[in-house]
Unconditional design. Structure first.
Length: 101
């Protein structure tokens, strides 16, 4: 930990050991907000896990498609999965492979 002075008050700045840990903390904070928004199940059994995982997976697939210029095999490689798995999940998630203008 490192501290610095700001307006005559000590401010503690936590230095992360790796970028991985910093990203993990950012995601956890965002997930807390997402869980708050989605947690009301209206008296039904919660589907929070399923809903969050679908949102994350869909986001990753869209990012992979954009970064690969919408080439599925390259997008699949980016995510570390086979092209067939990528295509099957795309269909399941309702993702269209066309460029969005």
């Amino acid at each position: 930990m490192r501290s610095r002075k700001q307006n005559n008050q000590a401010v503690v700045v936590e230095v992360k050991e790796t970028p991985y840990l910093a990203v993990e903390e950012i995601i956890e904070k965002k997930l807390e907000d997402i869980a708050t928004v989605l947690s009301d199940s209206g008296g039904r059994k919660s589907k929070l896990y399923e809903e969050v995982m679908t949102i994350v997976e869909k986001g990753l697939f869209k990012i992979a498609l954009r970064r690969s210029n919408y080439v599925k095999s390259t997008a699949a490689t980016f995510l570390g999965i086979s092209r067939n798995t990528f295509t099957d999940k795309m269909v399941k998630l309702g993702i269209n492979c066309e460029k969005i203008k």
